[in-house]
Design a protein around this ligand. Structure first.
Ligand code: ZN
Length: 279
């Protein structure tokens, strides 16, 4: 089974994460398949707008930290940066090389796709799932969608693509991280993180209607506009801010590795879910 599906509907490319049995948890196979699909959509002259979707009940439960398809030990042909392969390296060197490539590097690469990308989000959009939604230009969410970054439970200050204080006000970002609570779609809309909230059964129709409206604009105008807003965000410190927080993120992984069971402080998908259900 292919972990990412690619199709074209008129001038809209649809990239669909396809591991619904694991709530679209992202393993490296999926990351590289997403990269392939985005590259294809970017290069295809017929494509004006890209929609990123998740098959099944949930957009994405985050990075794969425990499914049978977990492949953190596998080498892939690297795309996002010049760091050497993490496989065969020790400790922080291995983690830093790997996350520079598959997490921060890939997300930054996708944020710069010179075509508008719309995330179509239903159900869970958690941790690594947030990173995927955040690199998109627009987010259309269904009423049942929710957003959460619970990795502070692992002693880690948020996911690798640390956009939190740019996609929501800083005080809201702190509450979001300190509690790990689920932010419902309506609240995400209220704070400006989400463009539209629609009923679940019209999510697809609304997303594609918006995609088609945008697709009627000139290609170059869209590409330059995207770059203009992204540059403005970076001038507000997003790029440099993320770099600085990436260091703290890796300090946390290293601290966990030194003082607890593993770099994730011994947390598993099961214990993370149990902690979320308790709160
Ligand atoms: Zn990490």
């Amino acid at each position: 089974m292919t972990v990412v599906r690619y199709e074209r509907r008129g001038s809209v490319a649809v990239v669909t994460m396809n591991r619904p049995e694991y709530r679209n948890a992202q393993n490296s196979a999926m990351t590289y398949a997403l990269d392939e699909a985005f590259y294809r959509a970017a290069a295809d002259d017929e494509v004006k707008v890209i929609v990123l979707a998740g098959e099944g009940e949930h957009f994405s439960a985050g990075h794969d930290i425990g499914s049978p398809g977990r492949d953190a030990h596998v080498s892939f042909e690297r795309r996002a940066g010049l760091w050497w392969d993490h496989v065969g390296r020790q400790g922080a060197e291995s983690r830093f090389a790997r996350e520079s490539e598959v997490y921060l590097g890939m997300c930054r690469r996708w944020r710069e796709i010179p075509k508008p990308v719309i995330a179509m989000v239903q159900g869970a959009c958690v941790a690594g799932g947030l990173m995927l939604a955040w690199v998109c230009d627009l987010i259309v969410a269904s009423e049942d969608a929710f957003f959460a970054d619970p990795v502070v439970r692992m002693g880690i200050p948020g996911v690798e693509y640390f956009a939190h204080p740019w996609v929501m006000p800083p005080r809201v970002a702190k509450e979001f991280l300190y509690t790990g609570d689920r932010m419902p779609a309506r609240r995400a809309h209220e704070v400006g993180m989400v463009n539209r909230v629609v009923p679940r059964d019209s999510l697809e129709a609304e997303t594609f209607a918006l995609a088609e409206r945008i697709a009627a604009m000139p290609r170059m105008g869209l590409a330059l506009t995207k770059k203009a807003v992204n540059q403005a965000e970076d001038l507000q410190g997003m790029h440099a801010g993320m770099d600085s927080v990436f260091g703290l993120h890796h300090l946390a992984h290293a601290h966990n590795a030194e003082t607890s069971a593993d770099p994730l402080a011994g947390m598993t998908p099961k214990s993370m879910k149990a902690a979320a259900d308790e709160s």
